[in-house]
Design a protein. Structure first.
Length: 211
């Protein structure tokens, strides 16, 4: 299964990617996580990306495309992969097509903007190890303390309400056109995000035609 996940930031792509990764035994390629690792390690890429991320803007195509191409060439992607966070623009989709990669499906997860703002205000991340939590859906055992390393849980800058609104604007303007792009290629399927994660999983499996 070679799959792309589309959806606004906070739509639950990461959670669904984990479920599908386990079901199909294929890796999740999350550009967001790759870039966050680069930020934590203060690599050249991280420094380039930081000024864009802090403003809620997309990282430039040439930086992201380089990361993805390198990652898809690794051995664990031979039997398939799940792309989460790429492509985000039509030029990125064109670049992916030029890599001669045949996709099976493009899954769009639909969630209303107001629900996304509500969801993202509850997200927390460990400042030390990067583990992620949600105050409602995946709370830590101890309040504001990471289960993994006892680090402090913080609100990521890109989860602050003003930044979330900006990210949603950018998504609708630059990423949402991909739905039409892949619909025209006969690859698009749609699942509607539900209140309960298990119900969204059911919708996702139905959309992909798997049991």
């Amino acid at each position: 299964m070679k799959l792309i996940l589309l959806g606004a930031p906070g739509a639950g792509k990461g959670t669904q990617a984990e479920v599908l990764s386990e079901k199909f035994d294929i890796p999740v390629i999350s550009t967001g996580e790759i870039i966050r690792n680069a930020l934590r390690q203060e690599t050249t890429l991280g420094k380039q990306a930081k000024e864009y991320i802090d403003k809620g803007l997309l990282v430039p195509d040439n930086v992201v495309i380089g990361i993805i191409q390198e990652r898809l060439n690794q051995d664990d992607c031979r039997n398939g992969f799940i792309l989460d966070g790429f492509p985000r623009t039509v030029p990125q989709a064109d670049a992916l097509a030029e890599m001669n990669i045949t996709l099976d499906k493009v899954l769009a997860i639909e969630v209303a903007d107001e629900k996304i703002v509500q969801r993202m205000s509850g997200r927390r991340q460990c400042a030390k190890c990067g583990a992620t939590y949600h105050l409602q859906y995946k709370p830590p055992v101890k309040e504001s303390i990471c289960n993994v390393c006892d680090g402090e849980l913080i609100v990521r800058k890109d989860d602050e309400p003003e930044t979330v609104q900006k990210r949603l604007e950018v998504y609708h303007e630059q990423t949402e056109p991909l739905k039409e792009y892949y619909k025209d290629k006969g690859l698009l399927v749609v699942a509607y995000g539900q209140e309960e994660i298990k119900d969204t999983i059911s919708e996702v499996f139905k959309a992909l035609g798997v049991g």
